[in-house]
Design a protein around this ligand. Structure first.
Ligand code: NAD
Length: 253
């Protein structure tokens, strides 16, 4: 059984999809939530839903690739809900295309949100985690990190996140801080809707095509990822660090 104290947890990209699912689940476990998203309206709605269910949550609009905005959000959140003890770096989006057609903007924007965002958030929370000698960081990667065609920017960012996870795990291992990554497979979110549109399919058709590629025979939900986050952030999971867990309905990696 996983038992943990109530802690202050920051989840990025928590206005929708996986981040919103993780936020709701961590709220149900009694953690105090600092919810950060570039979508200010959406993140307030999720915070409101968590509070409506009896939890504590603060929604903050911020771009994870903006250093000043990240610092301000963490200062504000920590003042209201306590130093961040759990960080879930989840914010992200895809701008797919073959490399020969990929603009510098498509490259930079994807790398900035996933990789620079993960670096900025992690760097900002580490000093207080080191002081408290406790911290749990979970980075959301993707099975895409293993490589396939048509999204070199996204794959480079996710591969970078996995390498970053291992690098930082070494740096903070003696401070009571763990840092791990989860690589989701197909999880039905807004990202899946965009994928369906690109493939010229309805969402249902797209889900069925994807489902047939998944050994367990179903697509994933944000709750599948939330359960893996719960595993990594447990108080007694202090011997598990620098790991990549693919949560994809089959063997990957
Ligand atoms: P989503 O679009 O539903 O949610 C992503 C959230 O991130 C949105 O609320 C968006 O506003 C926010 N965001 C984007 N850029 C931001 C920025 N610069 N600053 C702050 N917030 C920002 O998509 P999702 O599927 O829930 O994706 C969440 C994470 O999971 C992403 O990192 C994605 O790469 C990863 N992932 C998703 C899948 C999948 O199948 N859905 C698979 C593997 C990995």
């Amino acid at each position: 059984m996983i038992e943990s104290a109530s802690r202050s947890a920051l989840v990025t990209g928590s206005a929708s999809g996986i981040g919103a699912g993780v936020a709701r689940y961590l709220g149900s476990l009694g953690h105090r939530l600092i919810l950060l998203d570039i979508d200010g309206v959406g993140v307030q709605e999720v915070a409101e839903a968590v509070r409506g269910a009896g939890g504590q949550a603060l929604g903050i609009q911020a771009d994870v690739s903006d250093e000043a905005a990240v610092r301000a959000a963490i200062a504000d959140g920590s003042r209201q809900l306590g130093d961040v003890e759990i960080l879930v770096n989840n914010a992200g989006f895809a701008r797919d295309g073959n490399l020969v057609d990929m603009s510098c903007d498509d490259w930079d924007a994807v790398i900035a949100t996933h990789l620079r965002g993960t670096y900025l958030l992690t760097r900002a929370v580490l000093p207080s985690m080191q002081r408290r000698r406790f911290g749990r960081i979970v980075n959301i990667s993707s099975i895409s990190a293993l490589g396939h065609a048509g999204r070199a920017n996204y794959i480079a960012a996710k591969g970078g996140i996995e390498a970053f996870t291992k690098a930082v795990a070494h740096e903070v291992a003696a401070d009571g801080i763990t840092i791990n990554a989860i690589g989701p497979g197909v999880i039905v979110t807004r990202m899946t809707e965009l994928g369906a549109r690109r493939a010229g399919r309805t969402l249902d058709e797209h889900i069925e095509v994807l489902r047939q590629t998944i050994p367990v025979g179903r697509v994933g939900t944000p709750q599948d990822i939330a359960r893996a986050v719960e595993f990594f952030i447990a108080d007694d999971a202090d011997f598990i660090t620098g790991q990549i867990l693919y949560v994809s309905g089959g063997p990957h990696g």
